[in-house]
Design a protein around this ligand. Structure first.
Ligand SMILES: [Zn+2]
Length: 269
C-alpha cells in the first residue's frame, strides 16, 4: 500500500496537469493555425451549399477548430458562394473573433458559438433559410423522414420559437449569446432545429456530414410537402428503426456525394 501512494500522487498530479492544460487551451485567446485541409473543406462546404441551393446571399457554415475545441472557424460576413480561404476567421465560444482586422462579422455567429459550447460532439454547423423548410417551422406539420437519404430527421425536428426567448418584438435574428443558448437548448439530440419565421440549423460531427444533412433536409421538405398534397395528408414515413439503420448506412458513404458536389461547385481536383 505504501508503495502505491507515490504512484497514486504522481497519477493525480498528471491528471491535474492535463486538466489545467485543457482549461488553459479553452481559455486561450491565441489564434492557432487550423489544419489546411479543414479550411479547404470549409471553403468547399460554403460553395457546395450555395451550388445546391441551401444558402443564397445569406446563411453560413462553420467547423470546430481541429486542435482547439474551444474555437471554431467561420467566414467573415459575406455570401457563402464567394468564400475563399482568406475569408475564414477564427472565433472563441463567446462569438468573439480572434483576429478581426476590421472585418465585418456575421450577426448570427452566436448560433455557432453556443451550439459548440453546449455539445462537444458537434463539429460542424450550417445555418440557412433553405426555402422548402420554412413552412414546417411555421405550421404544426412535423418535418419527418420521407426516405432513407433524410433518415437523420428520425431523431425529431424541434421548432425554436424566438418569442419564448426574445419576446414578441425581435427582428428574428440570433443576435446574442442568450438567444444562441436558447436555440442550442432546443436542438438537444436532433440533427436539425427549425427557426420559426426564419430558417433552420443543421449539425453534424463533420463538414461532410453536415453538408449532406443540410442538402437532404431541403429535399425532404420539398418531397414531404408534395406527398402531403398527393396523399391528402396520408403519408407513410420511415419508422424509428428504419431511420436509425439508414443513417448508419449513409454515414459510411458521405464522401461519395461530397466529391460530386465539390467537383460541381469548385471544379478541378
Ligand atoms: Zn438567419
Amino acid at each position: 500500500m505504501r508503495k502505491s501512494v507515490p504512484v497514486l500522487s504522481t497519477l493525480l498530479l498528471a491528471a491535474a496537469a492535463a486538466a489545467l492544460e485543457l482549461a488553459e487551451a479553452a481559455a486561450s485567446s491565441t489564434k492557432e493555425m487550423a489544419d489546411a485541409q479543414l479550411i479547404d473543406d470549409l471553403v468547399a462546404a460554403n460553395r457546395i451549399l450555395h451550388d445546391q441551393g441551401v444558402v443564397d446571399g445569406f446563411g453560413h457554415v462553420s467547423a470546430r477548430h481541429d486542435t482547439n475545441p474551444a474555437h471554431f472557424l467561420l467566414a467573415r460576413s459575406m455570401a457563402p458562394g464567394l468564400v475563399t480561404a482568406d475569408d475564414i476567421m477564427e472565433f472563441d465560444l463567446d462569438g468573439d473573433a480572434l483576429d478581426p482586422r476590421g472585418r465585418t462579422l456575421y450577426v448570427e455567429r452566436f448560433i455557432h458559438s453556443e451550439i459548440y459550447k453546449a455539445y462537444p460532439e458537434i463539429n460542424a454547423i450550417v445555418h440557412s433559410h433553405s426555402p422548402s423548410i420554412i413552412p414546417f417551422g411555421a405550421t404544426n406539420v412535423p418535418l419527418r423522414p420521407i426516405y432513407h437519404m433524410s433518415s437523420f430527421l428520425g431523431a425529431g425536428v424541434p421548432i425554436f420559437e424566438i418569442r419564448e426567448a426574445g419576446g414578441p418584438a425581435t427582428d428574428m435574428l440570433i443576435r446574442n449569446s442568450e438567444l444562441g443558448a436558447a436555440l442550442a437548448l432546443k436542438l438537444a439530440t436532433s440533427a436539425v432545429v427549425l427557426m420559426r419565421g426564419h430558417g433552420n440549423v443543421v449539425v453534424g460531427d463533420s463538414l461532410k456530414q453536415v453538408v449532406f444533412r443540410a442538402i437532404y433536409t431541403e429535399i425532404n421538405a420539398r418531397l414531404e410537402a408534395a406527398l402531403l398534397r398527393l396523399g391528402q395528408g396520408e403519408v407513410n414515413f420511415l419508422n424509428a428503426e428504419e431511420a436509425a439503420k439508414a443513417s448508419a448506412t449513409n454515414n459510411a458513404v458521405l464522401g461519395r456525394a461530397w466529391e460530386l458536389w465539390r467537383q460541381r461547385a469548385l471544379g478541378g481536383g
